[in-house]
Design a protein around this ligand. Sequence first.
Ligand code: G
Ligand code: G
Ligand code: MN
Ligand code: NA
Length: 254
Amino acid sequence: QSIEAELRLALERQEFVLYYQPIIHLLTGKIVGVEALIRWQHPERGLLPPEQFVSVAEDCGLILPMGRWVLHEACRQAQAWNQAGLSPVTIAINTSAHELRAKDFIENICETLAETGLPPHLLELEMTETVLMRDTEDTNSVLRALVEMGVKLAIDDFGTGFSSLSYLKQYPTDALKIDQSFVSQMINNKDSAAIVSAVISLGINLRKRTIAEGVETAEQHALLLALHCDEGQGYYFSHPVAAGEFATLLASGI
Ligand code: G
Ligand code: G
Ligand code: MN
Ligand code: NA
Protein backbone atom coordinates (compact mmCIF):
# COMPACT_ATOMS: atom_id res chain seq x y z
CA GLN A 1 0.00 0.00 0.00
CA SER A 2 1.36 3.41 -0.91
CA ILE A 3 1.96 5.96 1.82
CA GLU A 4 -0.56 8.17 0.03
CA ALA A 5 -3.29 5.54 0.39
CA GLU A 6 -2.23 5.01 3.99
CA LEU A 7 -2.50 8.73 4.69
CA ARG A 8 -5.97 8.83 3.17
CA LEU A 9 -7.08 6.01 5.44
CA ALA A 10 -5.39 7.62 8.43
CA LEU A 11 -7.46 10.75 7.89
CA GLU A 12 -10.67 8.72 7.75
CA ARG A 13 -9.69 6.72 10.81
CA GLN A 14 -8.66 9.86 12.67
CA GLU A 15 -5.17 8.62 13.43
CA PHE A 16 -3.64 12.09 13.57
CA VAL A 17 -3.03 13.81 16.89
CA LEU A 18 -1.77 17.23 17.85
CA TYR A 19 1.07 17.78 20.27
CA TYR A 20 1.45 21.15 21.91
CA GLN A 21 4.68 23.01 22.69
CA PRO A 22 4.48 25.96 25.11
CA ILE A 23 5.77 29.40 24.07
CA ILE A 24 7.08 31.38 27.03
CA HIS A 25 7.13 35.13 27.60
CA LEU A 26 10.79 35.52 28.55
CA LEU A 27 10.41 38.46 30.94
CA THR A 28 7.64 36.92 33.05
CA GLY A 29 8.31 33.22 32.43
CA LYS A 30 4.60 32.69 31.76
CA ILE A 31 3.14 30.57 28.97
CA VAL A 32 1.64 33.01 26.45
CA GLY A 33 1.32 30.74 23.45
CA VAL A 34 1.45 27.20 22.19
CA GLU A 35 2.41 25.67 18.84
CA ALA A 36 0.30 22.80 17.56
CA LEU A 37 2.46 20.09 15.96
CA ILE A 38 0.93 17.16 14.10
CA ARG A 39 1.83 13.52 14.77
CA TRP A 40 0.55 10.33 13.17
CA GLN A 41 -0.47 7.65 15.63
CA HIS A 42 0.27 4.79 13.26
CA PRO A 43 -1.40 1.47 14.20
CA GLU A 44 1.81 -0.52 13.62
CA ARG A 45 4.69 1.94 13.53
CA GLY A 46 3.83 4.06 16.58
CA LEU A 47 3.87 7.83 16.85
CA LEU A 48 5.34 9.27 13.66
CA PRO A 49 6.81 12.80 13.39
CA PRO A 50 5.69 15.20 10.63
CA GLU A 51 8.99 14.78 8.75
CA GLN A 52 7.74 11.32 7.78
CA PHE A 53 4.45 12.32 6.19
CA VAL A 54 3.83 16.08 5.80
CA SER A 55 5.80 16.48 2.56
CA VAL A 56 4.05 13.42 1.09
CA ALA A 57 0.72 14.96 2.05
CA GLU A 58 1.78 18.18 0.32
CA ASP A 59 2.77 16.35 -2.87
CA CYS A 60 -0.50 14.42 -3.16
CA GLY A 61 -2.88 17.19 -2.07
CA LEU A 62 -3.89 15.53 1.19
CA ILE A 63 -2.34 18.48 3.00
CA LEU A 64 -5.63 20.35 2.43
CA PRO A 65 -7.96 18.02 4.38
CA MET A 66 -5.14 17.40 6.88
CA GLY A 67 -4.64 21.15 7.34
CA ARG A 68 -8.38 21.68 7.82
CA TRP A 69 -8.37 19.01 10.52
CA VAL A 70 -5.34 20.60 12.25
CA LEU A 71 -6.94 24.05 12.17
CA HIS A 72 -10.26 22.85 13.53
CA GLU A 73 -8.77 20.59 16.21
CA ALA A 74 -6.27 23.21 17.41
CA CYS A 75 -8.90 25.98 17.61
CA ARG A 76 -11.38 23.67 19.33
CA GLN A 77 -8.75 22.64 21.87
CA ALA A 78 -7.55 26.19 22.53
CA GLN A 79 -11.10 27.38 23.11
CA ALA A 80 -11.76 24.39 25.42
CA TRP A 81 -8.77 25.45 27.54
CA ASN A 82 -10.11 29.00 27.53
CA GLN A 83 -13.51 27.91 28.68
CA ALA A 84 -12.00 25.74 31.39
CA GLY A 85 -10.72 29.00 32.86
CA LEU A 86 -7.06 28.52 31.99
CA SER A 87 -5.20 31.69 31.06
CA PRO A 88 -5.74 32.47 27.37
CA VAL A 89 -2.85 31.52 25.11
CA THR A 90 -2.23 32.15 21.43
CA ILE A 91 -2.50 28.95 19.41
CA ALA A 92 0.07 28.82 16.60
CA ILE A 93 -0.52 26.62 13.56
CA ASN A 94 1.88 25.75 10.74
CA THR A 95 0.44 26.72 7.37
CA SER A 96 1.76 25.23 4.13
CA ALA A 97 1.87 26.92 0.72
CA HIS A 98 -0.95 24.73 -0.63
CA GLU A 99 -3.24 25.76 2.20
CA LEU A 100 -2.49 29.45 1.79
CA ARG A 101 -3.31 29.24 -1.92
CA ALA A 102 -6.50 27.17 -1.52
CA LYS A 103 -9.55 29.14 -2.68
CA ASP A 104 -11.48 28.44 0.50
CA PHE A 105 -8.62 29.23 2.91
CA ILE A 106 -10.10 32.45 4.35
CA GLU A 107 -13.62 31.06 4.38
CA ASN A 108 -12.39 27.95 6.17
CA ILE A 109 -10.69 30.02 8.87
CA CYS A 110 -13.78 32.21 9.31
CA GLU A 111 -15.99 29.14 9.68
CA THR A 112 -13.60 27.43 12.09
CA LEU A 113 -13.42 30.49 14.33
CA ALA A 114 -17.21 30.80 14.26
CA GLU A 115 -17.76 27.10 14.97
CA THR A 116 -15.24 26.85 17.79
CA GLY A 117 -15.82 30.30 19.27
CA LEU A 118 -12.08 30.99 19.47
CA PRO A 119 -11.37 34.75 19.44
CA PRO A 120 -9.46 35.53 16.20
CA HIS A 121 -6.63 37.31 18.05
CA LEU A 122 -5.77 34.01 19.78
CA LEU A 123 -5.00 32.34 16.44
CA GLU A 124 -1.53 32.79 14.94
CA LEU A 125 -0.66 31.29 11.57
CA GLU A 126 2.99 30.41 11.02
CA MET A 127 4.30 30.57 7.47
CA THR A 128 7.85 30.18 6.21
CA GLU A 129 9.50 32.76 3.96
CA THR A 130 9.33 30.27 1.12
CA VAL A 131 5.55 30.01 1.52
CA LEU A 132 5.24 33.80 1.60
CA MET A 133 7.41 34.42 -1.43
CA ARG A 134 5.13 32.62 -3.89
CA ASP A 135 2.46 34.59 -5.77
CA THR A 136 3.12 37.78 -3.87
CA GLU A 137 -0.01 39.57 -5.16
CA ASP A 138 -2.43 36.84 -4.11
CA THR A 139 -0.59 36.20 -0.88
CA ASN A 140 -0.81 39.82 0.07
CA SER A 141 -4.59 39.99 -0.32
CA VAL A 142 -5.04 36.75 1.65
CA LEU A 143 -2.82 38.03 4.45
CA ARG A 144 -4.67 41.36 4.53
CA ALA A 145 -7.97 39.52 4.86
CA LEU A 146 -6.57 37.56 7.80
CA VAL A 147 -5.34 40.73 9.49
CA GLU A 148 -8.76 42.32 9.02
CA MET A 149 -10.27 39.33 10.80
CA GLY A 150 -7.81 39.88 13.66
CA VAL A 151 -5.82 36.70 13.04
CA LYS A 152 -2.06 36.97 13.76
CA LEU A 153 0.75 36.03 11.39
CA ALA A 154 4.24 34.81 12.21
CA ILE A 155 7.15 34.11 9.90
CA ASP A 156 8.45 30.64 10.75
CA ASP A 157 12.12 29.56 10.53
CA PHE A 158 13.03 33.21 10.00
CA GLY A 159 16.38 33.72 8.30
CA THR A 160 16.58 30.34 6.60
CA GLY A 161 14.29 30.93 3.63
CA PHE A 162 15.07 32.20 0.20
CA SER A 163 13.78 35.73 0.33
CA SER A 164 14.54 39.40 0.61
CA LEU A 165 13.81 41.62 3.57
CA SER A 166 11.42 43.74 1.50
CA TYR A 167 8.53 41.40 2.25
CA LEU A 168 8.76 42.48 5.89
CA LYS A 169 7.47 45.84 4.68
CA GLN A 170 5.05 44.35 2.22
CA TYR A 171 3.34 41.81 4.47
CA PRO A 172 1.39 42.56 7.66
CA THR A 173 3.17 40.08 9.92
CA ASP A 174 3.09 40.21 13.73
CA ALA A 175 5.99 38.02 14.76
CA LEU A 176 9.35 36.60 13.65
CA LYS A 177 10.25 33.10 14.78
CA ILE A 178 14.05 32.90 14.92
CA ASP A 179 15.11 29.59 13.46
CA GLN A 180 16.51 27.06 15.90
CA SER A 181 19.68 26.63 13.84
CA PHE A 182 20.77 30.13 14.91
CA VAL A 183 19.62 29.72 18.51
CA SER A 184 21.37 26.36 18.95
CA GLN A 185 24.72 27.82 17.86
CA MET A 186 24.58 31.29 19.34
CA ILE A 187 26.60 30.49 22.48
CA ASN A 188 29.54 28.95 20.61
CA ASN A 189 29.39 30.82 17.35
CA LYS A 190 29.76 34.60 17.14
CA ASP A 191 28.13 34.81 13.72
CA SER A 192 25.02 32.97 14.92
CA ALA A 193 24.85 35.27 17.96
CA ALA A 194 25.13 38.28 15.65
CA ILE A 195 22.28 36.99 13.48
CA VAL A 196 20.04 36.36 16.50
CA SER A 197 20.84 39.81 17.86
CA ALA A 198 20.14 41.45 14.48
CA VAL A 199 16.80 39.67 14.04
CA ILE A 200 15.71 40.77 17.53
CA SER A 201 16.69 44.38 16.72
CA LEU A 202 14.78 44.13 13.47
CA GLY A 203 11.75 42.90 15.39
CA ILE A 204 11.99 45.70 17.93
CA ASN A 205 12.33 48.37 15.24
CA LEU A 206 9.54 46.97 13.08
CA ARG A 207 7.31 46.45 16.15
CA LYS A 208 7.06 42.72 15.62
CA ARG A 209 7.35 40.16 18.41
CA THR A 210 10.40 37.92 18.25
CA ILE A 211 10.15 34.26 19.25
CA ALA A 212 13.30 32.17 19.64
CA GLU A 213 12.86 28.53 18.61
CA GLY A 214 14.86 25.56 19.87
CA VAL A 215 15.91 27.07 23.22
CA GLU A 216 17.64 24.19 25.00
CA THR A 217 19.93 25.67 27.67
CA ALA A 218 20.01 28.22 30.49
CA GLU A 219 22.83 30.06 28.69
CA GLN A 220 20.72 30.51 25.57
CA HIS A 221 17.77 31.62 27.69
CA ALA A 222 19.92 34.23 29.51
CA LEU A 223 21.41 35.61 26.30
CA LEU A 224 17.99 35.86 24.63
CA LEU A 225 16.66 37.75 27.66
CA ALA A 226 19.67 40.11 27.55
CA LEU A 227 19.03 40.73 23.84
CA HIS A 228 15.35 41.57 24.61
CA CYS A 229 13.85 38.67 22.69
CA ASP A 230 10.13 38.56 23.55
CA GLU A 231 9.31 34.86 23.65
CA GLY A 232 11.01 31.48 23.65
CA GLN A 233 10.15 27.92 22.74
CA GLY A 234 12.21 24.78 23.12
CA TYR A 235 13.21 21.78 25.20
CA TYR A 236 14.59 24.09 27.93
CA PHE A 237 10.97 25.01 28.71
CA SER A 238 9.13 21.92 27.47
CA HIS A 239 9.06 19.35 24.71
CA PRO A 240 5.89 19.21 22.62
CA VAL A 241 3.37 17.36 24.84
CA ALA A 242 -0.08 15.79 24.51
CA ALA A 243 -3.11 18.04 25.13
CA GLY A 244 -3.76 16.81 28.67
CA GLU A 245 -0.19 17.43 29.72
CA PHE A 246 -0.24 20.91 28.24
CA ALA A 247 -3.39 21.74 30.23
CA THR A 248 -1.56 20.62 33.38
CA LEU A 249 1.40 22.89 32.56
CA LEU A 250 -0.93 25.81 31.90
CA ALA A 251 -2.91 25.19 35.09
CA SER A 252 0.31 25.09 37.14
CA GLY A 253 0.68 28.76 36.30
CA ILE A 254 4.10 28.52 34.67
O1 G B 1 6.94 18.52 15.64
P1 G B 1 8.21 18.74 14.90
O2 G B 1 9.13 19.60 15.66
O3 G B 1 8.90 17.46 14.49
O4 G B 1 7.75 19.46 13.53
C1 G B 1 8.60 19.52 12.43
C2 G B 1 8.01 20.39 11.37
O5 G B 1 6.83 19.81 10.80
C3 G B 1 7.58 21.74 11.89
O6 G B 1 8.63 22.63 11.87
C4 G B 1 6.49 22.14 10.93
O7 G B 1 7.05 22.91 9.87
C5 G B 1 5.96 20.81 10.39
N1 G B 1 4.62 20.63 10.95
C6 G B 1 4.28 20.21 12.18
N2 G B 1 2.94 20.20 12.34
C7 G B 1 2.42 20.66 11.16
C8 G B 1 1.09 20.88 10.69
O8 G B 1 0.10 20.73 11.40
N3 G B 1 0.96 21.32 9.41
C9 G B 1 2.04 21.54 8.60
N4 G B 1 1.83 21.98 7.35
N5 G B 1 3.31 21.34 9.01
C10 G B 1 3.49 20.90 10.28
O1 G C 1 7.42 24.67 12.90
P1 G C 1 8.79 24.14 13.04
O2 G C 1 9.31 23.41 11.84
O3 G C 1 9.76 25.20 13.45
O4 G C 1 8.69 23.11 14.26
C1 G C 1 9.55 23.11 15.30
C2 G C 1 10.21 21.76 15.39
O5 G C 1 11.32 21.82 16.26
C3 G C 1 9.27 20.70 15.94
O6 G C 1 9.48 19.53 15.22
C4 G C 1 9.75 20.53 17.38
O7 G C 1 9.51 19.23 17.88
C5 G C 1 11.22 20.83 17.28
N1 G C 1 11.75 21.41 18.49
C6 G C 1 11.07 22.12 19.42
N2 G C 1 11.87 22.54 20.41
C7 G C 1 13.11 22.07 20.10
C8 G C 1 14.37 22.17 20.75
O8 G C 1 14.55 22.80 21.80
N3 G C 1 15.42 21.57 20.15
C9 G C 1 15.29 20.89 18.98
N4 G C 1 16.40 20.31 18.47
N5 G C 1 14.12 20.77 18.33
C10 G C 1 13.04 21.35 18.89
MN1 MN D 1 6.44 26.26 13.31
NA1 NA E 1 10.13 26.93 12.89
